[in-house]
Ligand binder design. Structure first.
Ligand code: CDP
Length: 219
């Protein structure tokens, strides 16, 4: 690889996106939120009213979808969908769309295209194992399920809709599907550095990542 990729994988709520965003700014790399790509495709399928089992149709529309990151926003077919991709219905559907190997391939290729022209920090589930197996550095972030549920719950502005227990169950369900699918499941790469973020601040996690990058010879 001509440019460097830093992979940050892990389950929902482990702190990947927060850490990846700050880290990318600190080291001057471009941040790629791979989950946002899966979410944007899922949103398109939902808007078109396509059934999650209608795989051929899903693939056809995913191939035609135009997804772009501009500044910190994500655009689907020319429209900013940064907010909509976080809707509940997307949370509940995305892991089913992400099971489809052809969809994974389309999204992996979008990421590889971006990484051909710049240094990137990428967060997701399969970055270190499948998308960038030759990444310069790989990290796997985890935290206890209770802590991850608490973090997600605290992000919700409307706390009347779901209880902490509901959020915990949703996370457990999504992690289960992500970890047990056949095509590039959520898994720590053999050469990834494991960081448990349960009792650690974002700054501490970033410090640890920067330390490992330094050990590897810096960027
Ligand atoms: O932010 P959060 O951890 O809740 O999720 P996300 O990173 O936005 O990813 C949403 C979903 O997309 C995950 O639960 C996976 O089903 C899928 N995904 C994936 O399969 N592979 C990736 N590299 C990134 C996301």
């Amino acid at each position: 690889m001509k440019f460097k990729a830093i992979a940050i994988d892990g389950p929902a709520g482990a702190g990947k996106s927060t850490v990846a965003k700050i880290l990318s700014k600190k080291i001057g790399f471009t941040y790629i939120d791979s989950g946002a790509l899966f979410r944007a495709i899922t949103l398109k399928i939902l808007k078109l009213g396509i059934d999650v089992n209608d795989v051929d149709n899903i693939i056809k529309h995913a191939k035609n979808a135009k997804v772009d990151f501009i500044e910190n926003s994500i655009y689907l077919d020319g429209i900013d969908v940064s907010k909509e991709i976080r809707d509940d219905i997307v949370n509940k559907t995305v892991s089913y769309i992400a099971m489809i190997p052809e969809i994974r391939e389309i999204i992996a290729n979008i990421q590889r295209e971006i990484a051909k022209t710049k240094n990137v920090v990428v967060d997701g589930r399969d970055i270190g194992t499948t998308v960038f197996p030759d990444a310069f550095a790989k990290f796997f972030l985890t935290a206890s399920v209770d802590e991850r549920a608490r973090r997600r719950y605290n992000q919700y502005l409307d706390k009347t809709k779901y209880s902490l227990e509901d959020i915990k169950n949703q996370i457990i369900h999504r992690d289960y599907i992500d970890s047990n699918r056949e095509s590039s499941p959520l898994k720590q790469a053999d050469d990834a550095i494991l960081i448990d973020t349960t009792n650690r601040s974002i700054d501490e996690v970033i410090e640890e990542i920067l330390y490992h990058i330094f050990i590897k010879g810096g960027i």
